[in-house]
Design a protein around this ligand. Structure first.
Ligand SMILES: Nc1ncnc2c1ncn2[C@@H]1O[C@H](COP(=O)(O)OP(=O)(O)O)[C@@H](O)[C@H]1O
Ligand SMILES: [Mg+2]
Length: 381
């Protein structure tokens, strides 16, 4: 089995991707903390950290910039950082979109017109895939500033991991798309619609709501049209970074059948898209514990002094063992399908992971190697 430290050798960008709820945010934070503890200057971009984790790392909800995690926290957790630094931020995708507009707007007037435009304000929050795209955008921005040895990107909690891969395409398609072309042409819809039936609808809307939707729309598309080229170029460079040698994708998944199948599928898509796959992390794995074995008949009852309770404990013990065996089979299937040895397993811990101590607990498995790892697994059982 592999260690994250090996998988990240020589890498500057690590993207933790996978379906929602499997532990992506936890894993990305743990990897970043673990690499910082190895002496690197690391920044982790989290998307939706659980409040307790964010609080305990001292992450403010707003700001959209990286903050250094207090080195005292490492000391308190008994971790020597060897000069490493951990920086973290929580993505604010609306603020990132605004920054992109600021960057690409040809002049101040256009910039202000877009940012204050009602259509833009609605769209930038609602646009399909905009959170995914903005995550990459922010990654690219920080990467371009070249202040860190390693960037770890958590990905949005979309149900489907593929949403992330398709985000740049969807966004540029929207921006370059038919809808815009039609609107932006001088003789396009915006111009024509003004004198036709649709204008009745717009003017009714305007009377009722007080919002001049038509002029908002026309203004939005007009102002945006000058930025299409910049957007396209930017998306191209973001894509280039995702496919670069210095980048690696770690697929995070759960050990149950469905998450495993999704991970296999996602891996195939990564390979098809020529994106660099690094390895897979199976989180929340249940272990039967070879050492423990089944309790002797009557042993539990003697220990617990209650036959009913003993029976229930025995039953849940058996259930757990069945699940553990199923997990093990699923993971074997995963490794075979992906044709990889880079499979890292993290056990289902007894408690939630919400601080640096918890992240370091996860790291005993993420960064374990060989014998050390087998010991950990035996001890956890
Ligand atoms: N190995 C683990 N053992 C126990 N709890 C875990 C483990 N990994 C993650 N968790 C918990 O599971 C929940 C979901 O994790 P999170 O990282 O936010 O998932 P995601 O980002 O994929 O939606 C969190 O409450 C986290 O503390
Ligand atoms: Mg998450």
């Amino acid at each position: 089995m592999a260690s994250v430290a090996d998988l990240l050798e020589g890498k500057k960008v690590c993207i933790c991707a996978g379906s929602g709820g499997v532990g992506k945010t936890t894993t990305s934070a743990a990897i970043a903390a673990g690499m910082a503890a190895r002496g690197l200057r690391v920044a982790v971009l989290t998307i939706d950290p659980a409040k307790r984790l964010a609080d305990s790392l001292g992450l403010p909800e707003l700001g959209n910039t990286e903050r250094r995690v207090d080195p005292e926290l490492f000391k308190e957790a008994g971790v020597e950082t060897n000069g490493g630094e951990l920086w973290a931020m929580m993505l604010d995708s609306k603020a990132t979109f605004d920054e992109v507009v600021r960057k690409h707007a040809p002049d101040e007037e256009t910039r202000d017109r877009i940012l204050s435009n009602r259509i833009y304000q609605q769209l930038s929050a609602a646009l399909a895939g905009s959170q995914e795209y903005m995550a990459m955008e922010k990654l690219f921005e920080i990467w371009a500033e070249d202040r860190y040895d390693l960037l770890v990107l958590d990905t949005p909690p979309s149900r489907n991991a593929l949403d992330f891969l398709e985000a740049p395409k969807r966004l540029t398609q929207f921006i370059e798309g038919k809808a815009l072309q039609v609107f932006m042409a001088p003789t396009g819809l915006a111009a024509r619609v003004a004198g036709r039936g649709a204008s009745v609808m717009f003017s009714v809307l305007k009377r009722i709501t007080g919002v001049d939707l038509l002029s908002d729309l026309a203004e939005f598309f007009q102002a945006f049209s000058g930025m299409v080229g910049g957007f396209r170029e930017r998306a191209r460079r973001v894509n280039e970074l995702l496919g670069d040698d210095q980048t690696t994708f770690l697929v995070v998944c759960g050990p149950q059948g469905e998450p495993i199948e999704e991970a296999v599928y996602f891996h195939r898509k990564l390979v098809e898209a020529r994106l660099p796959f690094g390895g897979v992390i199976v989180n929340k794995v249940r272990y039967a514990g070879e050492a423990a074995g089944d309790p002797e008949p009557g042993e539990l009852e003697r220990l617990l002094g209650d036959a009913g309770l003993a029976a229930r404990v025995e039953e849940s013990f058996r259930d757990f063992r069945v699940m553990a065996e199923r997990d093990a089979r699923n993971i074997e299937h995963l490794a075979a399908q992906m044709r990889t040895r880079a499979v890292i397993q993290v056990p289902y811990l007894d408690s939630d992971v919400h601080d640096l101590d918890g992240l370091m607990e996860i790291n005993r498995y993420l960064f374990a190697t060989g014998a050390e790892e087998r010991e950990e697994l035996a001890a956890s059982a």
